[in-house]
Design a protein around this ligand. Structure first.
Ligand code: SF4
Ligand code: SF4
Length: 220
């Protein structure tokens, strides 16, 4: 293992508790699924639901001026377009679109910076699913709560940031399990500094970064 790879190991969880953020280092993710398994095991997440999933996409090939990336063109030319894997979960956005659209205030931004779902208020309208840029809201079948009476029958579920683990000083299960420390946990400055130390890029565009980090997006 090279020195740089050794340096990446063991630095994923840099802090826990209030104002902790969670963010992917897409250059470290190896698409192994360890985070998905850790989350399911820790929280008994049902088989057909995922609080975290890995999105893998072909990178394509740069066109003129860096535009018009095309994976098809790369393959036509007999080269591998490469791929990027992104651990996708609720990033507990500072400007959370889901909180804005929820008609029953089931979704709330908590003082500690986490976005919580109040199950008893969710009517299963799925507005939050349309609003979330990261596909975080899940709708497992449920036969209890107002969603069963009023809406589509599914109460929204998503990543909780492992708030119960953080309350006792532990990191999120997915981040602790990740063998390459591709899930970073800490405040915005710690995450930005760690990405810079690793020479890893930020995957999301400026608009997404402002949704996730608000004013703290300036740290990146
Ligand atoms: S599905 Fe539930 S949490 Fe989502 S917007 Fe509707 S009421 Fe709010
Ligand atoms: S922070 Fe916890 S709940 Fe969220 S994806 Fe990771 S393991 Fe699952």
């Amino acid at each position: 293992m090279s020195k740089s790879n050794q340096e990446v190991m063991g630095d994923g969880v840099m802090g826990v508790g209030e104002n902790t953020r969670i963010f992917p280092d897409v250059e470290a993710c190896i698409d192994c699924g360890g985070c998905v398994v850790a989350c399911k095991r820790t929280w008994d997440v049902p088989r057909d639901e995922q609080r975290i999933s890995i999105s893998t996409m072909l990178e394509g090939q740069e066109g003129e001026g860096g535009l018009n990336a095309s994976s098809g063109r790369a393959m036509e030319q007999g080269t591998s377009p490469g791929e990027t894997s992104i651990p996708m979960q609720c990033y507990h956005c500072d400007n959370a679109p889901c909180v804005s659209v929820c008609p029953t205030d089931s979704l709330v931004s908590m003082e500690d910076g986490f976005v919580n779902v109040r199950d008893s208020l969710c009517i299963g309208c799925q507005y939050c699913l349309s609003a979330c840029p990261f596909g975080a809201p899940q709708f497992p079948d449920s036969d209890e709560g107002v969603a069963d009476i009023v809406g589509s029958g599914g109460t929204m579920d998503k990543c909780t940031m492992c708030d119960e683990r953080q309350e006792v000083g532990k990191g999120p299960a997915c981040a602790e399990e990740c063998s390459t420390d591709a899930i970073l946990v800490g405040d915005a400055t710690q995450i930005a500094d760690e990405l810079e130390r690793r020479d890893s890029g930020v995957f999301f565009n400026d608009v997404a970064m402002e949704i996730i980090f608000g004013d703290d997006a300036e740290a990146f």
